[in-house]
Design a protein around this ligand. Structure first.
Ligand SMILES: Cc1cc2nc3c(=O)[nH]c(=O)nc-3n(C[C@H](O)[C@H](O)[C@H](O)COP(=O)(O)OP(=O)(O)OC[C@H]3O[C@@H](n4cnc5c(N)ncnc54)[C@H](O)[C@@H]3O)c2cc1C
Length: 366
Protein backbone atom coordinates (compact mmCIF):
# COMPACT_ATOMS: atom_id res chain seq x y z
CA UNK A 1 0.00 0.00 0.00
CA UNK A 2 1.37 3.41 -0.97
CA UNK A 3 0.54 6.62 0.93
CA UNK A 4 2.16 10.03 0.87
CA UNK A 5 3.04 10.10 4.58
CA UNK A 6 3.12 7.85 7.64
CA UNK A 7 2.25 9.46 10.97
CA UNK A 8 3.08 7.72 14.24
CA UNK A 9 0.77 8.78 17.09
CA UNK A 10 -2.73 10.19 17.08
CA UNK A 11 -2.75 12.56 20.00
CA UNK A 12 -3.37 16.24 19.34
CA UNK A 13 -0.21 16.63 17.20
CA UNK A 14 -0.86 13.61 14.95
CA UNK A 15 -4.52 14.54 14.59
CA UNK A 16 -3.78 18.12 13.55
CA UNK A 17 -1.04 17.10 11.14
CA UNK A 18 -3.19 14.41 9.48
CA UNK A 19 -6.00 16.96 9.12
CA UNK A 20 -3.73 19.51 7.44
CA UNK A 21 -2.42 16.86 5.04
CA UNK A 22 -5.94 15.71 4.12
CA UNK A 23 -6.80 19.33 3.39
CA UNK A 24 -3.96 19.34 0.88
CA UNK A 25 -5.26 16.14 -0.77
CA UNK A 26 -2.49 13.97 0.61
CA UNK A 27 -2.89 10.40 1.81
CA UNK A 28 -1.66 9.25 5.22
CA UNK A 29 -1.48 6.13 7.31
CA UNK A 30 -1.54 6.77 11.04
CA UNK A 31 -0.21 4.21 13.50
CA UNK A 32 -1.48 4.74 17.02
CA UNK A 33 -0.93 2.48 19.98
CA UNK A 34 -4.22 2.32 21.92
CA UNK A 35 -2.36 1.05 25.00
CA UNK A 36 0.09 3.97 25.15
CA UNK A 37 -0.83 6.87 27.44
CA UNK A 38 -1.80 10.13 25.71
CA UNK A 39 -1.27 13.58 27.20
CA UNK A 40 -4.19 14.64 25.04
CA UNK A 41 -6.60 12.41 26.96
CA UNK A 42 -5.71 14.14 30.24
CA UNK A 43 -5.45 17.77 29.09
CA UNK A 44 -8.02 20.34 30.14
CA UNK A 45 -7.78 21.98 26.72
CA UNK A 46 -7.70 25.55 28.02
CA UNK A 47 -6.75 28.40 25.71
CA UNK A 48 -4.83 31.14 27.49
CA UNK A 49 -3.13 33.85 25.42
CA UNK A 50 -1.52 35.59 28.43
CA UNK A 51 1.46 34.79 30.65
CA UNK A 52 0.01 36.22 33.87
CA UNK A 53 3.27 36.19 35.81
CA UNK A 54 4.82 38.78 33.50
CA UNK A 55 1.63 40.03 31.84
CA UNK A 56 2.96 39.34 28.37
CA UNK A 57 1.43 37.62 25.39
CA UNK A 58 2.15 33.94 25.08
CA UNK A 59 4.75 33.11 22.46
CA UNK A 60 3.54 33.55 18.84
CA UNK A 61 0.02 34.34 20.00
CA UNK A 62 -0.84 36.87 17.30
CA UNK A 63 -0.14 34.28 14.60
CA UNK A 64 -1.21 31.14 16.43
CA UNK A 65 -4.58 32.38 17.72
CA UNK A 66 -6.20 33.09 14.32
CA UNK A 67 -4.84 29.80 12.91
CA UNK A 68 -6.26 27.98 15.94
CA UNK A 69 -9.73 29.45 15.43
CA UNK A 70 -9.75 28.61 11.71
CA UNK A 71 -8.56 25.06 12.30
CA UNK A 72 -11.01 24.13 15.05
CA UNK A 73 -13.97 25.61 13.16
CA UNK A 74 -12.89 23.63 10.09
CA UNK A 75 -12.60 20.45 12.17
CA UNK A 76 -16.08 21.05 13.62
CA UNK A 77 -17.44 21.30 10.07
CA UNK A 78 -15.58 18.20 8.94
CA UNK A 79 -16.49 16.05 11.92
CA UNK A 80 -19.96 17.49 12.63
CA UNK A 81 -19.19 17.84 16.33
CA UNK A 82 -18.97 20.77 18.74
CA UNK A 83 -15.32 20.82 19.81
CA UNK A 84 -14.28 24.42 20.31
CA UNK A 85 -15.76 26.57 23.09
CA UNK A 86 -14.48 30.14 22.89
CA UNK A 87 -15.19 32.08 26.07
CA UNK A 88 -13.84 34.29 28.81
CA UNK A 89 -11.39 33.50 31.55
CA UNK A 90 -11.65 35.30 34.86
CA UNK A 91 -8.30 35.87 36.57
CA UNK A 92 -8.29 36.55 40.27
CA UNK A 93 -5.79 39.31 41.08
CA UNK A 94 -3.93 40.49 44.15
CA UNK A 95 -3.33 44.23 44.54
CA UNK A 96 0.16 43.95 43.01
CA UNK A 97 -1.19 41.88 40.11
CA UNK A 98 -3.89 44.49 39.46
CA UNK A 99 -1.23 47.18 39.20
CA UNK A 100 0.84 45.03 36.84
CA UNK A 101 -2.26 44.26 34.74
CA UNK A 102 -2.95 47.97 34.23
CA UNK A 103 0.70 48.78 33.59
CA UNK A 104 1.23 46.10 30.98
CA UNK A 105 -2.01 45.93 29.05
CA UNK A 106 -1.03 48.58 26.51
CA UNK A 107 2.74 48.36 26.97
CA UNK A 108 2.62 44.69 26.00
CA UNK A 109 -0.21 45.11 23.45
CA UNK A 110 -2.58 42.84 25.31
CA UNK A 111 -5.71 44.91 24.70
CA UNK A 112 -6.90 42.56 21.94
CA UNK A 113 -7.02 39.73 24.49
CA UNK A 114 -7.89 41.24 27.88
CA UNK A 115 -10.09 43.92 29.45
CA UNK A 116 -7.77 46.86 30.12
CA UNK A 117 -9.23 47.61 33.54
CA UNK A 118 -9.18 45.04 36.32
CA UNK A 119 -12.14 45.27 38.61
CA UNK A 120 -14.30 43.67 35.98
CA UNK A 121 -17.75 43.15 37.45
CA UNK A 122 -17.68 39.42 37.94
CA UNK A 123 -19.75 38.07 40.82
CA UNK A 124 -20.21 34.56 42.07
CA UNK A 125 -21.06 34.04 45.71
CA UNK A 126 -19.14 30.79 45.78
CA UNK A 127 -15.87 32.30 44.57
CA UNK A 128 -13.71 33.83 47.28
CA UNK A 129 -13.25 37.53 46.52
CA UNK A 130 -9.67 38.49 45.75
CA UNK A 131 -8.51 42.13 45.57
CA UNK A 132 -9.87 42.27 42.04
CA UNK A 133 -10.73 40.25 38.93
CA UNK A 134 -9.31 40.64 35.45
CA UNK A 135 -11.00 39.36 32.34
CA UNK A 136 -9.35 37.57 29.42
CA UNK A 137 -11.85 37.96 26.60
CA UNK A 138 -10.16 35.61 24.12
CA UNK A 139 -9.94 32.35 26.01
CA UNK A 140 -12.02 29.17 26.09
CA UNK A 141 -11.34 25.51 25.66
CA UNK A 142 -11.07 22.70 23.15
CA UNK A 143 -12.68 19.35 23.87
CA UNK A 144 -9.46 17.52 22.97
CA UNK A 145 -10.79 14.13 24.05
CA UNK A 146 -13.77 14.37 21.71
CA UNK A 147 -11.58 15.67 18.88
CA UNK A 148 -9.21 12.70 19.18
CA UNK A 149 -12.02 10.17 19.34
CA UNK A 150 -14.11 11.53 16.45
CA UNK A 151 -11.04 12.11 14.29
CA UNK A 152 -10.02 8.51 14.95
CA UNK A 153 -13.44 7.39 13.65
CA UNK A 154 -12.92 9.61 10.61
CA UNK A 155 -9.53 7.98 9.97
CA UNK A 156 -11.07 4.52 10.30
CA UNK A 157 -13.64 5.41 7.61
CA UNK A 158 -10.79 6.61 5.34
CA UNK A 159 -8.88 3.37 6.01
CA UNK A 160 -6.08 5.64 7.26
CA UNK A 161 -5.34 4.37 10.76
CA UNK A 162 -3.94 1.21 12.28
CA UNK A 163 -4.41 0.91 16.01
CA UNK A 164 -1.15 -0.77 16.86
CA UNK A 165 2.22 0.01 18.41
CA UNK A 166 4.83 1.14 15.91
CA UNK A 167 7.81 -1.23 15.85
CA UNK A 168 11.02 0.64 15.01
CA UNK A 169 12.76 -2.58 14.00
CA UNK A 170 10.39 -2.97 11.05
CA UNK A 171 11.07 0.43 9.50
CA UNK A 172 13.06 0.28 6.26
CA UNK A 173 14.77 3.48 5.11
CA UNK A 174 15.60 4.17 1.49
CA UNK A 175 17.04 7.47 0.24
CA UNK A 176 13.72 8.76 -1.09
CA UNK A 177 11.12 6.77 0.83
CA UNK A 178 10.32 4.73 3.91
CA UNK A 179 8.71 1.32 4.18
CA UNK A 180 6.91 -0.03 7.21
CA UNK A 181 5.39 -3.48 6.93
CA UNK A 182 3.21 -3.25 3.77
CA UNK A 183 3.09 0.58 3.75
CA UNK A 184 5.39 2.71 1.59
CA UNK A 185 5.54 6.49 2.04
CA UNK A 186 7.57 9.49 1.07
CA UNK A 187 8.21 10.45 4.69
CA UNK A 188 7.36 9.41 8.22
CA UNK A 189 6.52 11.91 10.99
CA UNK A 190 6.69 10.86 14.61
CA UNK A 191 4.01 12.51 16.79
CA UNK A 192 4.46 10.27 19.80
CA UNK A 193 4.14 12.82 22.59
CA UNK A 194 6.30 11.99 25.62
CA UNK A 195 7.17 8.55 24.21
CA UNK A 196 9.51 10.34 21.80
CA UNK A 197 12.17 10.31 24.53
CA UNK A 198 12.55 6.60 23.79
CA UNK A 199 12.57 7.01 20.01
CA UNK A 200 15.99 5.85 18.77
CA UNK A 201 16.02 8.42 15.92
CA UNK A 202 15.80 11.39 18.28
CA UNK A 203 18.39 10.42 20.86
CA UNK A 204 20.10 13.79 20.90
CA UNK A 205 16.97 15.90 21.35
CA UNK A 206 16.72 17.38 24.83
CA UNK A 207 13.32 16.55 26.28
CA UNK A 208 12.20 17.97 29.60
CA UNK A 209 8.70 16.58 30.04
CA UNK A 210 6.54 17.54 32.99
CA UNK A 211 3.97 15.47 34.78
CA UNK A 212 0.57 17.02 35.39
CA UNK A 213 -2.41 15.92 37.44
CA UNK A 214 -5.95 17.14 37.16
CA UNK A 215 -9.21 16.53 39.00
CA UNK A 216 -12.79 16.20 37.80
CA UNK A 217 -15.34 17.34 40.34
CA UNK A 218 -19.05 17.83 40.68
CA UNK A 219 -19.84 21.23 42.22
CA UNK A 220 -23.61 21.81 41.90
CA UNK A 221 -23.72 25.13 43.78
CA UNK A 222 -20.96 26.79 41.80
CA UNK A 223 -22.98 27.64 38.67
CA UNK A 224 -19.97 28.98 36.80
CA UNK A 225 -19.97 29.74 33.07
CA UNK A 226 -16.45 31.13 32.74
CA UNK A 227 -13.09 29.51 33.39
CA UNK A 228 -11.69 30.89 36.64
CA UNK A 229 -7.93 31.13 37.05
CA UNK A 230 -6.85 31.53 40.68
CA UNK A 231 -4.36 29.31 42.55
CA UNK A 232 -5.82 26.59 40.32
CA UNK A 233 -7.98 26.79 37.24
CA UNK A 234 -11.63 25.81 37.57
CA UNK A 235 -13.08 24.97 34.18
CA UNK A 236 -16.82 24.31 33.68
CA UNK A 237 -17.67 21.22 31.60
CA UNK A 238 -21.47 21.32 31.87
CA UNK A 239 -23.82 19.26 34.09
CA UNK A 240 -22.22 20.81 37.22
CA UNK A 241 -18.91 19.13 36.37
CA UNK A 242 -15.59 21.00 36.50
CA UNK A 243 -11.96 20.27 35.76
CA UNK A 244 -9.53 21.61 38.33
CA UNK A 245 -5.79 21.69 37.81
CA UNK A 246 -3.11 21.34 37.19
CA UNK A 247 0.05 20.30 38.98
CA UNK A 248 3.54 20.44 37.51
CA UNK A 249 6.34 18.09 38.44
CA UNK A 250 9.56 17.12 36.75
CA UNK A 251 10.43 14.07 38.85
CA UNK A 252 8.89 10.63 38.68
CA UNK A 253 7.55 10.97 35.17
CA UNK A 254 5.07 8.13 35.50
CA UNK A 255 1.33 8.16 34.79
CA UNK A 256 0.26 7.27 38.34
CA UNK A 257 -2.02 9.64 40.18
CA UNK A 258 -0.73 10.70 43.60
CA UNK A 259 -2.30 11.64 46.93
CA UNK A 260 0.04 14.61 47.19
CA UNK A 261 -1.16 16.12 43.88
CA UNK A 262 -4.79 15.56 44.84
CA UNK A 263 -4.25 17.23 48.23
CA UNK A 264 -2.38 20.15 46.66
CA UNK A 265 -5.19 20.79 44.17
CA UNK A 266 -7.94 20.46 46.78
CA UNK A 267 -6.23 22.84 49.23
CA UNK A 268 -5.83 25.42 46.45
CA UNK A 269 -9.41 24.89 45.32
CA UNK A 270 -10.72 25.48 48.83
CA UNK A 271 -8.78 28.75 48.90
CA UNK A 272 -10.78 29.99 45.94
CA UNK A 273 -14.25 28.47 46.23
CA UNK A 274 -16.58 28.02 49.18
CA UNK A 275 -19.01 25.52 47.60
CA UNK A 276 -18.91 21.87 48.56
CA UNK A 277 -17.82 19.36 45.92
CA UNK A 278 -17.61 15.69 45.10
CA UNK A 279 -14.42 14.26 43.59
CA UNK A 280 -15.27 12.24 40.48
CA UNK A 281 -11.89 11.41 38.99
CA UNK A 282 -8.18 12.17 39.14
CA UNK A 283 -5.97 11.84 36.08
CA UNK A 284 -2.25 12.15 35.43
CA UNK A 285 -0.35 12.68 32.20
CA UNK A 286 2.98 13.81 30.84
CA UNK A 287 3.26 17.06 28.89
CA UNK A 288 5.68 16.48 26.01
CA UNK A 289 8.16 19.33 26.45
CA UNK A 290 11.59 20.29 25.14
CA UNK A 291 14.44 21.73 27.21
CA UNK A 292 13.70 25.26 25.91
CA UNK A 293 9.92 24.80 26.07
CA UNK A 294 9.58 25.36 22.33
CA UNK A 295 7.99 22.72 20.07
CA UNK A 296 10.19 20.59 17.87
CA UNK A 297 9.32 20.12 14.22
CA UNK A 298 11.23 19.18 11.11
CA UNK A 299 13.33 16.41 9.64
CA UNK A 300 16.58 14.75 10.56
CA UNK A 301 19.29 16.62 8.63
CA UNK A 302 20.97 13.38 7.59
CA UNK A 303 17.74 11.40 7.12
CA UNK A 304 15.16 13.78 5.66
CA UNK A 305 12.43 11.14 5.29
CA UNK A 306 12.22 11.03 9.12
CA UNK A 307 10.45 13.88 10.86
CA UNK A 308 8.99 14.89 14.18
CA UNK A 309 6.15 17.03 15.51
CA UNK A 310 6.40 17.24 19.27
CA UNK A 311 7.12 19.40 22.31
CA UNK A 312 3.73 21.12 22.44
CA UNK A 313 4.12 21.30 26.24
CA UNK A 314 1.23 22.97 28.02
CA UNK A 315 0.20 25.05 24.97
CA UNK A 316 -0.81 22.32 22.54
CA UNK A 317 -4.30 23.66 21.89
CA UNK A 318 -3.10 27.07 20.68
CA UNK A 319 0.27 26.20 19.14
CA UNK A 320 -0.71 22.83 17.62
CA UNK A 321 -2.71 24.16 14.64
CA UNK A 322 -0.07 26.78 13.75
CA UNK A 323 2.77 24.27 13.67
CA UNK A 324 0.70 21.51 12.03
CA UNK A 325 -0.04 23.90 9.18
CA UNK A 326 3.61 24.90 8.92
CA UNK A 327 4.79 21.30 8.88
CA UNK A 328 2.15 20.22 6.35
CA UNK A 329 3.11 23.09 4.01
CA UNK A 330 6.72 21.99 4.31
CA UNK A 331 5.82 18.35 3.64
CA UNK A 332 3.85 19.10 0.50
CA UNK A 333 6.51 21.48 -0.79
CA UNK A 334 4.33 24.59 -0.49
CA UNK A 335 6.89 26.27 1.77
CA UNK A 336 10.34 25.60 3.10
CA UNK A 337 9.84 27.65 6.27
CA UNK A 338 10.02 26.13 9.72
CA UNK A 339 10.06 28.56 12.62
CA UNK A 340 13.76 28.66 13.64
CA UNK A 341 12.99 28.42 17.36
CA UNK A 342 10.96 25.25 16.77
CA UNK A 343 13.15 23.73 14.07
CA UNK A 344 14.73 20.37 14.91
CA UNK A 345 17.94 21.78 13.44
CA UNK A 346 18.64 23.50 16.76
CA UNK A 347 19.61 20.05 18.06
CA UNK A 348 21.99 19.47 15.13
CA UNK A 349 24.33 22.47 15.26
CA UNK A 350 26.81 21.05 12.76
CA UNK A 351 24.26 19.66 10.32
CA UNK A 352 24.12 18.53 7.57
CA UNK A 353 27.47 16.78 8.06
CA UNK A 354 26.68 15.85 11.67
CA UNK A 355 25.95 12.20 12.17
CA UNK A 356 24.22 12.74 15.49
CA UNK A 357 20.97 10.85 15.66
CA UNK A 358 21.94 8.57 12.80
CA UNK A 359 19.78 5.46 12.93
CA UNK A 360 22.73 3.13 12.51
CA UNK A 361 21.27 0.18 14.37
CA UNK A 362 17.60 0.84 13.89
CA UNK A 363 15.59 -0.39 10.97
CA UNK A 364 17.52 -1.15 7.84
CA UNK A 365 18.69 0.94 4.97
CA UNK A 366 18.68 -0.95 1.75
C1 LIG B 1 -2.58 17.54 33.25
C2 LIG B 1 -2.41 18.18 31.90
C3 LIG B 1 -3.16 19.30 31.59
C4 LIG B 1 -3.00 19.91 30.35
N1 LIG B 1 -3.78 20.99 30.07
C5 LIG B 1 -3.64 21.63 28.88
C6 LIG B 1 -4.43 22.75 28.58
O1 LIG B 1 -5.31 23.15 29.36
N2 LIG B 1 -4.24 23.38 27.38
C7 LIG B 1 -3.29 22.95 26.48
O2 LIG B 1 -3.13 23.56 25.41
N3 LIG B 1 -2.53 21.85 26.75
C8 LIG B 1 -2.68 21.20 27.91
N4 LIG B 1 -1.91 20.09 28.19
C9 LIG B 1 -0.87 19.71 27.22
C10 LIG B 1 -1.43 18.87 26.06
O3 LIG B 1 -1.94 17.70 26.60
C11 LIG B 1 -0.32 18.55 25.07
O4 LIG B 1 0.27 19.74 24.55
C12 LIG B 1 -0.82 17.75 23.87
O5 LIG B 1 -1.90 16.96 24.20
C13 LIG B 1 0.30 16.91 23.32
O6 LIG B 1 -0.19 16.14 22.24
P1 LIG B 1 0.75 15.08 21.51
O7 LIG B 1 -0.04 14.57 20.36
O8 LIG B 1 2.07 15.68 21.24
O9 LIG B 1 1.01 13.92 22.59
P2 LIG B 1 0.01 12.75 23.10
O10 LIG B 1 -1.35 13.27 23.34
O11 LIG B 1 0.70 12.09 24.25
O12 LIG B 1 -0.09 11.75 21.89
C14 LIG B 1 0.96 10.88 21.54
C15 LIG B 1 0.35 9.70 20.80
O13 LIG B 1 1.38 8.87 20.28
C16 LIG B 1 1.02 7.52 20.46
N5 LIG B 1 2.24 6.71 20.47
C17 LIG B 1 3.34 6.88 21.24
N6 LIG B 1 4.27 5.94 20.93
C18 LIG B 1 3.73 5.18 19.94
C19 LIG B 1 4.18 4.03 19.18
N7 LIG B 1 5.41 3.49 19.36
N8 LIG B 1 3.35 3.48 18.28
C20 LIG B 1 2.12 4.03 18.04
N9 LIG B 1 1.64 5.09 18.72
C21 LIG B 1 2.44 5.67 19.66
C22 LIG B 1 0.26 7.51 21.79
O14 LIG B 1 -0.60 6.40 21.84
C23 LIG B 1 -0.51 8.82 21.69
O15 LIG B 1 -1.76 8.62 21.05
C24 LIG B 1 -2.06 19.42 29.40
C25 LIG B 1 -1.34 18.27 29.70
C26 LIG B 1 -1.51 17.65 30.94
C27 LIG B 1 -0.72 16.40 31.23
Amino acid sequence: MKVDFIIVGQGLAGTLLANELFKQDKTVMVFDDPAAPKASLVAAGIINPVVFRRMTKSWLMDDAFPQMETTYHQLEDLLKEKLYFPGRMIKSLSEAQSVLWKEKVFANRLEEYIDPEPGFSFRNNNITNPYSFGCVNKSGRLDIQKLISVFSEFLVKQNSIRKEKFDFGKLVLKPELVMYKDVTAEKIVFCEGPAASQNPYFKNLKFKHSKGEILELKIPELQLNEIVNAEVFVMPMGDDCYKVGATYSWDDLNRETTDSARDELLVKLKNCISASFELIEQKAGIRPTMHDRKPVIGFLPDYPPIGIFNGLGSKGVVLGPYFARQLADYLVGASNYIHPEADIKRYFPSSPSSDQGAPSVIGSRR
